[in-house]
Write a protein that binds this ligand. Structure first.
Ligand code: SF4
Ligand code: SF4
Length: 105
């Protein structure tokens, strides 16, 4: 995933990104976990991100403005959404997102 390098500067686990993330207040979503997942890629976790969790992000960029290391979780979300389309996961993801937000599937 060399494409993520400009936005993935590391993570010290401080949780500042998750503390300002609106969806993290309501659902099981965390930009910190997203970043950690990309630092140690695992296919199962990546699949969960592509088909479900990255679609919960509202792209407010609050997380990106507070990271002390310069990691940019919002840009990583955009990268992962593009990857989801490339891997044909988008339809599955939209359905899962609808369920995540309590709508019809
Ligand atoms: S703000 Fe940056 S360093 Fe802190 S948990 Fe989030 S990604 Fe990691
Ligand atoms: S850009 Fe996405 S991950 Fe970052 S704070 Fe906003 S909703 Fe959360």
């Amino acid at each position: 995933m060399s494409e993520t390098a400009p936005f993935l500067k590391g993570c010290n686990g401080c949780g500042a990104c998750t503390a300002v993330c609106p969806p993290a207040l309501f659902i099981n979503f965390s930009p910190r976990r997203l970043v950690e997942s990309l630092l140690e890629p695992d296919e199962e976790v990546l699949n969960e991100l592509l088909t479900r969790l990255v679609w919960a992000c509202s792209l407010c960029f609050a997380c990106s403005s507070v990271c002390p290391l310069g990691t940019d979780p919002a840009r990583l979300v955009l990268y992962l959404r593009r990857l989801a389309y490339e891997r044909g996961k988008a339809q599955q993801a939209v359905k899962a997102c609808s369920q995540l937000l309590g709508g019809e599937s």
